[in-house]
Design a protein around this ligand. Structure first.
Ligand code: ASP
Length: 591
């Protein structure tokens, strides 16, 4: 028998189609018997259509309908008719019609389901990942797949319209760790040698600038062999970009333009421009993080000077040692119980704070907690914090970074606890002027804050070796709703400046040549000034979809242990495969 090829999808029939003969192909979403009448909800990517096998249908058709189970893949031929008034479903785009079946073909059957397609989101994540093919059948997963497609399409359209070229860079490259561990691939035809999967297209996109290609972008897969931690994936996707003959603001403008266009085209959402900009220092001082969630207004203040004058040794000793005292005024929260403050303290301690001091503002001054140490300083504190009665004041004293980040974590928790965050809002900002280096306490050396190809700001170039900690780089981070969406920088294109950076981070010239020689070499041949950025596509789509983990917007992610339960990877391989690669396993003893 000739296969019943669909003439329409399950999402398109309405009253205009009444009377027409159609063939639908799809999955049995629901099937129920109402006193001899069989109702089948047939589903495909485009929607759900109700199919009816009437009482007066042939015995053969009725028998076929009775065989149908959840998720059978079937074809139905029938005639579109209006639903009786009592059966109209205004929630369904096809809710005014139904298809009276004349012929049903079972294209394939389906075993007992591990979860109902409707209820997949309640299933355990590992079950969802093992049966991802079923999970992806759910309308909400299909919506996210569509969103992701629409985002990448809008990105491509935007950049193409702006004269960028989309250029593929290799995924089998020389091992050149950029900060994380490289994923290695043994090279069979070059025994003993390995390729690495790129952590990002960084070196290649810079080389493309040396090649004069001027404006590059790529939706690039990146690989980092990191321990399972937070919401990370071993492979993820970046919207990667590099431009020549530009300044920082050109990059910021392009990304703002792209983001606005993507939101408008995919969600009809007009974002206000320009996006706010904060220096790294300002972001840390005011929000206690370099990825501030500016959807809500709570701001940190500095009480170092005042606290230094107090008789509270826990604070004044920190100030004497060069540390900081940061304070957060929480309006109208003086009713907070000790237990609630302890909960907040928990958040501060995760970021290294030794404690969270508190006091309350009353009509007369300060009260409770550490207030007794600040009696003489109460006016100064109240005016610095612009505090009023019924406010709660929270404080952390520590070395500057810890004091800021610990209180920043408390701020974020309060944002959620106090319901200050509008989940439907997307608020973007830039954090600029990062330090170029950060001190690695364990190894007692300077590390690059972003990567070692980032340019110091002009005014630091001559003297940067004298005090690396003070050097500000031309680095920028793109932030949305408290998530870091991307980082980038203006790059070094002058070999002498690059050499200075290598000296500061303790990289010998030989080692630099061995690892990145191909890039450094290219810079000897007329490298243009250039810069770029990369945004995390997974994160962007996650935020747009209102999800909390990137696994929800990656069609086939690994679980938090780096395993894909569907195809059961990673897996062992045949001895023969190892032999061909000249590899022998030397595994740790089990147990
Ligand atoms: N390659 C960098 C990264 O992956 C981004 C950039 O500097 O363009 O973080």
């Amino acid at each position: 028998m000739e296969r019943m090829k669909r003439t329409v999808t399950c999402g398109e029939l309405g009253i205009a189609s009444i009377g027409s003969k159609v063939i639908l192909n799809g999955w049995v979403h629901r099937s129920r018997d109402h006193g001899g009448i069989q109702f089948i909800n047939l589903r495909d990517r485009y929607g759900i259509t109700q199919v009816v096998v009437d009482e007066h249908a042939s015995d053969q058709l009725k028998a076929k309908a009775e065989l149908l189970r959840f998720e059978y893949c079937i074809a139905v031929e029938g005639t579109v008719r209006a639903r009786p008034d009592s059966m109209i479903n205004t929630d369904m785009p096809t809710g005014k019609i139904e298809v009276s079946a004349e012929r049903i073909e079972i294209l394939s059957t389906c075993e007992v389901l591990p979860f109902m397609i409707d209820e997949a989101s309640d299933a355990r994540e590992d079950i969802r990942l093992k049966y991802r093919f079923l999970d992806l059948r759910t309308p909400w997963m299909q919506k996210k797949v569509a969103l992701r497609h629409n985002v990448t399409r809008a990105v491509r359209e935007f950049f193409s319209d702006q004269d960028f070229y989309e250029i593929e860079t290799p995924t089998l490259i020389r091992s050149t760790p950029e900060g994380a561990r490289d994923m290695l691939v043994p090279a069979r035809i070059n025994p003993g040698k390995f390729y690495a999967l790129p952590q990002s297209p960084q070196l290649f996109k810079q080389i493309l600038m040396v090649s004069g290609l001027d404006k590059y972008f790529q939706i690039a897969r990146c690989y980092r062999d990191e321990d399972a931690r937070g919401d990370r994936q071993l492979e993820f996707t970046q919207i990667d970009l590099e431009m020549s003959f530009i300044s920082r603001d050109d990059i910021l403008d392009v990304i703002e333009g792209m983001t606005c266009q993507v939101f408008e085209k995919t969600m009809g959402c007009v974002l206000p421009r320009p996006f706010k900009r904060f220096s790294y220092r300002e972001a840390m001082e005011t929000y206690g993080t370099d990825k501030p969630d500016v959807r809500f207004e709570l701001r940190l203040s500095d009480l170092t000077e005042t606290a230094g004058k107090s008789g509270f040794r826990a604070f004044s000793s920190v100030v004497e040692a060069g540390g900081s005292v940061k304070a957060l005024r929480v309006p109208k929260c003086a009713h907070y119980s000790r237990k609630m403050v302890e909960d907040l303290e928990g958040a501060a301690k995760i970021y290294g704070a030794k404690g969270l001091a508190w006091m309350k503002v009353t009509g007369e001054g300060l009260d409770g907690g550490v207030a007794k140490f600040f009696t003489d300083l109460k006016d100064e504190i109240i005016s610095t914090l612009e505090a009023g009665p019924e406010d709660l004041i929270l404080m952390v004293a520590d070395e500057w970074t810890t004091a800021c980040t610990a209180l920043g974590a408390v701020r974020n928790k309060l944002g959620t606890d106090l319901g200050l965050i509008d989940d439907k809002e997307f608020t973007f900002c830039w954090v600029i002027d990062f330090p170029l280096f950060e001190w690695n306490k364990e190894e007692e050396k300077w590390d690059p804050m972003h990567h070692m190809f980032s340019m110091p700001q002009e005014r630091f170039i001559e003297t940067m070796e004298e005090n690396p900690g003070e050097v500000i780089g031309d680095l920028y981070d793109f932030v949305c709703n408290g998530y870091e969406l991307g980082s980038g920088s203006i790059r070094i294109h002058i070999p002498d400046i690059q050499k200075k950076i290598f000296r500061i981070i303790g990289f010998s010239e030989e080692e630099a040549m061995r690892r990145f020689g191909f890039l450094l070499n290219s810079f000897k041949y007329g490298a243009p000034p250039h810069g770029g950025i990369a945004l995390g596509l997974d994160r962007l789509v996650m935020i747009m979809a209102g999800e909390k983990t990137i696994r929800e917007v990656i069609p086939f992610p690994k679980n938090t242990a780096g395993v894909s339960p569907m195809e059961d990877s990673p897996s062992t391989v045949e001895d023969e495969q190892l032999r061909e690669l000249h590899l022998k396993l030397d595994l740790p003893e089990e147990g």
